[in-house]
Design a protein around this ligand. Structure first.
Ligand code: SF4
Length: 221
């Protein structure tokens, strides 16, 4: 192949790649619109359906939490609460970096606020989200290289047979899952005592997590 025909062939392949990228993004936008209109669990949600998730096909990092709390439900912005502030500090990311959906997709296990149990804690994420939507959403995210599994619902779902009996055991074994997965405790104030008891988390896991996250998001599209 001559230099000229090689450069034409490269150009054609770039055009075809960028066309397929924009087709995939259009398909993801249509799917997100469908998810945001979802009412499958309407009868069970005390504040009604309001699916909160975000993604673009170029994202390299996926954050999987539990389900929105009331403040996130009210604002429609994921992790827009003190837990989100702690998560951003673990990742060493500004709000702007954290919410750059071209780099970071945020798809929790449950997309709508599920309500509270009798003791005042949040109910588990609705299973219907993963059953109806997750596979199709993930199929639109071909560049995800690392997934943060925040809390035991995400860990159980994504790790499958590789899960362990407790969140502490799973997080302590983080080296077995990284860099594809980083299992994390929920960054809620309720886990401050856990963080104190498990100093290795901030001393060993957090530096490795920050390094990985910054490697991924600092690469250009
Ligand atoms: S919780 Fe999930 S499945 Fe249920 S209405 Fe919300 S988006 Fe739909």
């Amino acid at each position: 192949m001559t230099g000229r025909s090689r450069s034409i062939s490269n150009l054609k392949s770039q055009i075809s790649n960028s066309r397929s990228r924009s087709e995939l993004q259009r398909s993801l936008d249509a799917l997100l619109a469908e998810v945001r209109a979802c009412r499958i669990c309407a009868d069970f949600l005390p504040l009604g359906p309001r699916p909160i998730l975000r993604a673009r096909t170029s994202a390299r990092l996926l954050i999987v939490g539990q389900a929105p709390g009331t403040r996130v439900h009210a604002t429609g912005i994921p992790w827009n609460d003190p837990s989100g502030d702690r998560l951003r500090s673990w990742l060493d990311l500004s709000r702007e970096g954290f919410y750059d959906e071209s780099r970071i997709a945020i798809i929790p296990m449950g997309y709508c606020y599920p309500g509270r149990d009798a003791r005042g804690g949040d109910l588990p994420p609705r299973k219907e989200c993963a059953e109806h939507w997750l596979g199709r959403l993930l199929a639109h995210l071909p560049h995800i290289e690392t997934t943060l599994l925040v809390g035991q619902y995400a860990q159980t779902h994504y790790l499958g047979a590789r899960t362990k009996d407790s969140l502490t055991e799973i997080v302590r074994a983080w080296r077995q899952y990284a860099p594809q997965y980083f299992p994390l405790p929920h960054p809620s104030f309720r886990n401050l005592a856990w963080l104190k008891r498990n100093a290795w988390f901030e001393e060993e896991l957090i530096p490795a997590l920050r390094k990985r996250v910054h490697e991924l998001i600092e690469v250009g599209e």
